[in-house]
Every structure is written in C-alpha cells, then in structure tokens.
Design a protein around this ligand. Structure first.
Ligand SMILES: Nc1nc2c(ncn2[C@@H]2O[C@H](COP(=O)(O)OP(=O)(O)OP(=O)(O)O)[C@@H](O)[C@H]2O)c(=O)[nH]1
Ligand SMILES: [Mg+2]
Length: 349
C-alpha cells in the first residue's frame, strides 16, 4: 500500500512526512525542486498485534507497513513544475492533501491568505483539469485509430465518455458511479481524482488549541510539534501527546483513516517464531490472502485454520484448547477473511 503527500509548496508536507516516518529530512521555507521525492515506511501500529505477541512470545513481531512518499510542492499556475510532481503520484493508492493552516508570515506562500478550504478546492481543481486533459486526449487518440481502421476497445471508450462528462461538470471522478466492470476498462489510466483522498490541515499550536478549522471535514494536525515528538523514545511520545490534549500520534490517526478509505482490513499469522500483521482489501478470499504471504502457499492451498482475535484472547492463545472448544474453524479457499482473523494456512508444495 502506498500513500502520497501532496499540496502547495510550504504547506508542511515534509514536516508531516518526518512526523509519520520518524525521519529528519530538512524542512525549509524555500521551494523544493519538483523532481525531489522522499520515501519512507510507516509501521501500522496495532494493539491487537502486541496483545497476540504477548501471549505467543515469538522471537519476532512484524507490523504491517505502508509506504509513504513526500512530493515537492505544487505551485499555482505552473503546469510545467506541477506535471513533474504529478508524475510521482500516479502509482499511489491514496492521496493525502496537506493544507496549510499555520499563519507564519516568514514562510512564504502561494496565496495571500491562509485558507485550507480554498486550498482543498484549488487542489481538486488542479487534478480535475489534469484528468480531463487525460481523458480527452485518450478519446481523441482512440477516435484517430478508429478512423485509420484500427480496432479499439469500444467498452473503454464508452466509459471514458461518461467520465469526461462527469469531469466537465466540475466533479471529481471519486463521485462518479463506476461499476467494477467499468473500472477494469479505465484502471490503467490512473486518474488522480479517482484516488481515495484524505485531507489534513497543518496548523501551529495556537491554532490547534483554538479549535479553528475543526468544523472542516479534514484531520487537523500540529505538524511541527508532531515531528519533534516523533523523535522521542516511544514511551515518552504518549506523555507529550497527553499534555497537548491529543489521544494518538498523527501517524496512527492517518493510517486508521487510510485503511478506512481504502477499505483495508488486517489479519494475523503466527508462523514458527514470528507473529505478523498483514493488510488486505475487505472481501479478500482465504486463498488470495495466502498469496500475500507466499505464492507457494496460494498454489498449494488446502485449508485455512481460522480463529478470531477475541476468541484467541479468550483461550489465552492456546490453539489446542481452541480446537477442543470448537472456536478454531477450518475454512476453504472461498472463505472471506475478516478483520482480526488469526490464520494458519495448510498447504502442500
Ligand atoms: N510557524 C510554523 N512553521 C511551520 C509549521 N509547519 C511547518 N512549518 C515551516 O514551514 C516551512 C515549510 O515546511 P515543509 O514541511 O518543508 O513544507 P513542504 O510542504 O514540504 O514544502 P515544499 O517541499 O517546498 O513543498 C518550514 O520552514 C517549516 O519549518 C507550523 O506549524 N508553524
Ligand atoms: Mg517538502
């Protein structure tokens, strides 16, 4: 899973990136060149994984991870600069819009006021235009090919016409009713406004405490403070957050939301000396989940032994006892994996 931070220059993307990936990349008021990109890994904190490990006492506990990229900032009315940045986010599964909410006059900005809602609309508009351009060019090319007597994918063209109209009405593709069959036809185009989206307003401490922007449907964070806190030893992090009146670190908040918008769930495995969390799409079948771990396990799949997290706790992690009590189930290939399932795959190679 890959998420990308995107927004106007000096909105605090790299500051937020440092906070969620525990890095110390230099942040400065100057404009980052468009081809610069930072990559990092976010560990998906999950108290269930910790509790399972406490019972199993494995040699190793492996968290699920999310890849995060921090792009350079967009500039208003600068398509050449912006297109270099956009190129870096086409592969992302979800976008995080970083909106500037801190006032500091010493940090230059693209606009002459601070207004997260306006920035949100500006970003949406920017991406909508890019998608509209893409869809229009694609239709034109298909029509030229058809004129030359070449065979084109008529189903794809049909979907594109529908999307073009939607975009021309000023609406992002996220809001279009696209069926699974239609989506398959246009998936390869990686439309930006079709990507699941999360908006984050980056404010200073004073604004954070004042509660300004809290009525916006965005996550409000105090990026600079969180980036400092992220450098502290784990135990101290929560003490500092408590003092700020924040219940969880920004990385956790964002990941939780990302799982929600991407429709991801977590299952766990206990294999030899390792307890591990895996993220998959809701609706994934047992046999596909097995493939996440290893293609051999998918190919040679026989059965999945499944126990829910709650049931696992109720027998203190004793799978023998769970079997006796009938709460360790045997499931087949088609079983739909549930959030929190602890699974042992039986397979032959
Ligand atoms: N006063 C104040 N400054 C902040 C805050 N958050 C970030 N900054 C500063 O704003 C400047 C830009 O922050 P960055 O995180 O580099 O912003 P960016 O969005 O990555 O910028 P580009 O990479 O150019 O797009 C830095 O000097 C930060 O220290 C804040 O909450 N308050
Ligand atoms: Mg930056």
């Amino acid at each position: 899973m890959k998420i990308a931070l995107i927004g106007f220059s000096n909105s605090g993307k790299t500051t937020l990136f440092n906070a969620i990936t525990h890095q110390k990349i230099d942040t400065s008021p100057s404009i980052t060149p468009p081809d610069v990109i930072h990559k990092g890994i976010i560990q998906v904190e999950d108290s269930r994984l910790k509790n399972i490990s406490e019972l199993v006492k494995p040699k190793k506990t492996t968290f699920a991870t999310v890849e995060c990229i921090d792009t350079a900032g967009l500039l208003k009315n600068n398509p050449v600069h912006n297109s270099k940045i956009i190129k870096n986010i086409t592969e992302a599964d979800a976008l995080i819009y970083v909106l500037r909410g801190f006032e500091d006059l010493s940090i230059p900005y693209q606009f002459d006021s601070i207004d997260p809602l306006r920035d949100f609309s500006e970003l949406e508009y920017e991406f909508l235009i890019i998608d509209l351009d893409l869809v229009t060019k694609r239709i034109e090319r298909m029509d030229e090919q058809k004129k030359k007597g070449q065979k084109i994918n008529e189903r794809e063209r049909e979907v594109l016409i529908f999307l073009q109209e939607h975009l021309e009405n000023g609406k992002p593709l996220r809001t279009a009713q696209i069926s699974d069959e239609q989506f398959i036809e246009i998936r390869h185009l990686n439309f930006l406004t079709l990507k699941p989206l999360l908006a984050v307003t980056n404010v200073d401490e004073k604004t954070f405490n004042s509660g300004k922007y809290k009525d916006l449907d965005f996550i409000t964070i105090c990026g600079s403070l969180e980036s400092e806190i992220s450098q502290l030893p784990y135990d101290e992090v929560y003490n500092f957050l408590d003092a700020m009146g924040v219940d969880e670190p920004v990385s956790k908040k964002i990941i939780k939301k990302v799982y929600e918008i991407l429709n991801y769930i977590t299952f766990f495995t206990i294999i030899s000396q390792e307890v591990r969390a895996w993220s998959i799409h809701k609706g994934t079948k047992a046999v596909e989940a097995a493939g996440k771990i290893h293609s051999d396990i998918q190919r040679g799949f026989i059965k999945a032994e499944v126990i829910s997290y709650e049931d696992f706790l109720s027998v203190q992690g004793d799978l023998g006892l769970a079997k006796q009590k009938g709460i360790l189930r045997l499931e087949g290939k088609e079983y739909e994996v549930k959030d929190g399932d602890i699974i042992t795959f039986r397979f032959k190679v």
